[in-house]
Write a protein that binds this ligand. Structure first.
Ligand SMILES: [Ca+2]
Ligand SMILES: [Ca+2]
Ligand SMILES: [Ca+2]
Ligand SMILES: [Ca+2]
Ligand SMILES: [Zn+2]
Length: 410
């Protein structure tokens, strides 16, 4: 509506029509945090007339105690050219519409209850908003439809009781409440309906209210902390299914930025199997088909090692027997001698074998490093080698001791 309503004294009928429409629709839904609006158009327009917060007839007072209003005005009039997109100021549901009024109305025109072509929305907190004087056949929404903040619901015109193109925005806290100023200020009891009403007497900001929800990767600030897609990351893996977590293969992490997930950082995917004591291709087998030479060398080393251990045990037994011979001269001479002789022979053979084994180790070790060429497989044989060497040293000591004992007895 415009200032001209006051001139013919019929503005109260428009308010009555708005109230009736609300009453017919039914009670408001659940109340929650107050729903707040963005300005219901793109570029910020001039506000022609604000809400009249002065109940006294014949005068008006806007929210800032100024006179940018007219007596009895029940909403906010934004100056808009014909055909400008009208946007939903907040999420809501369409609860009433009217179409069929001529684009150019006049003061006192009763079409659409003086509101002309209009859309009325109900919001999640039970509040209601109405958009008046819209263009004929421009409505883009219908009764019962859910709309989102910023969605185009139609276009502007000057239908109904209007003296020129503009958008009348009306707002009330609930179905049963009277219309209130959409602005808050010194001279109104209204809590205001805008996310950011800007400074007097400007039109409000074009920012939709942020309703907190879980942050997801969608290029929006879902949790309303001022940061878009903050803290959104997830595990990722581009290797074949079933290989992650096997062998060297590991999942990585990708982080959301501006609505999409970035590269998979830190992942390890299968690579060609090489001889390195690791499952490079993540098939559950280590060094399969690439370490034949190593396997042979390792077996040889293991054999030599176990032989050496067996010999060491034999020598130890012989030494013990000799010890007991010395300490218990009553024991059977012949048996002891036989045992000694055998032990001595074994020790000598071992000594020779030891020499050979050491030489073999010395010869084999470099080859083992070089074959297969380029794989750098020095580690597999090392432990066996060390064990063999350790056992050989023990054998050497035992042999020397046995030899000394034999000499001492002679
Ligand atoms: Ca956020
Ligand atoms: Ca987000
Ligand atoms: Ca493998
Ligand atoms: Ca490997
Ligand atoms: Zn108006």
């Amino acid at each position: 509506m415009t200032r001209s309503h006051r001139m013919n004294g019929r503005s109260s009928r428009a308010v009555a029509a708005f109230s009736l429409a609300i009453a017919l629709v039914g009670a408001a839904s659940s109340a929650g945090a107050q729903v707040r609006h963005r300005r219901p158009m793109g570029p910020a327009p001039t506000v022609n007339y604000h809400f009249d917060n002065n109940s006294a007839g014949g005068s008006c007072r806007d929210y800032n105690c100024g006179g940018r209003c007219y007596d009895g005005h029940s909403g906010t009039d934004f100056s808009l050219g014909v055909g400008t997109d009208v946007l939903a100021g907040a999420d809501g549901t369409v609860i009433a519409t009217n179409n069929g009024c001529a684009n150019t109305g006049y003061v006192g025109n009763p079409c659409g209850g003086r509101c002309g072509n209009y859309v009325q929305l109900q919001h999640s907190d039970g509040s209601r908003s109405i958009y008046c004087h819209m263009q004929l056949n421009s409505l883009r929404v219908s009764n019962g439809q859910r709309v989102r903040c910023g969605q185009v619901i139609g276009r502007s015109a000057s239908s109904g009781s209007s003296s020129g193109p503009h958008l009348h925005f009306g707002w009330r806290r609930s179905a049963s409440a009277a219309s209130q100023d959409s602005y808050r200020g010194r001279c109104t009891s209204s809590p205001g309906a805008w996310v950011d009403q800007n400074s007097y007497p400007q039109s409000p900001a074009g920012t939709c209210q942020c309703v907190p929800s879980g942050e997801t990767c969608n290029n929006r600030d879902d949790d309303c902390d001022g940061r878009v897609d903050d803290g959104i990351s997830r595990a990722c893996y581009t290797g074949p299914a079933g290989t992650a977590g096997r062998g060297i293969c590991r999942q990585g992490t990708q982080t959301c930025s501006a609505g999409s997930f970035g590269a998979c950082a830190g992942q390890v995917v299968p690579r060609a199997e090489t001889c390195n004591r690791m499952d490079d291709d993540c098939d559950g087998m280590v060094d399969e088909g690439v370490c034949q030479m190593d396997a042979g060398a390792t077996d040889a080393g293991r054999d030599a090692s176990s032989d050496a251990r067996a010999d060491a045990r034999t020598d130890g037994a012989a030494a013990d027997a000799q010890e007991s011979d010395v300490e218990a001269p009553d024991a059977s001479e012949s048996d002891a001698s036989e045992g000694d002789a055998n032990a001595g022979d074994a020790s000598e053979e071992d000594a020779e074998f030891d020499d050979v084994a050491i030489e073999e180790d010395a010869d084999v070790s470099p080859d083992r490093v070089d074959v297969p060429s380029g794989c750098g497989c020095e580690t597999p044989a090392a432990p066996a080698n060390d064990r063999a060497t350790g056992v050989i040293v023990m054998m050497g000591v035992a042999t020397v001791m046995a030899s000394r004992r034999r000499k001492a007895r002679r």
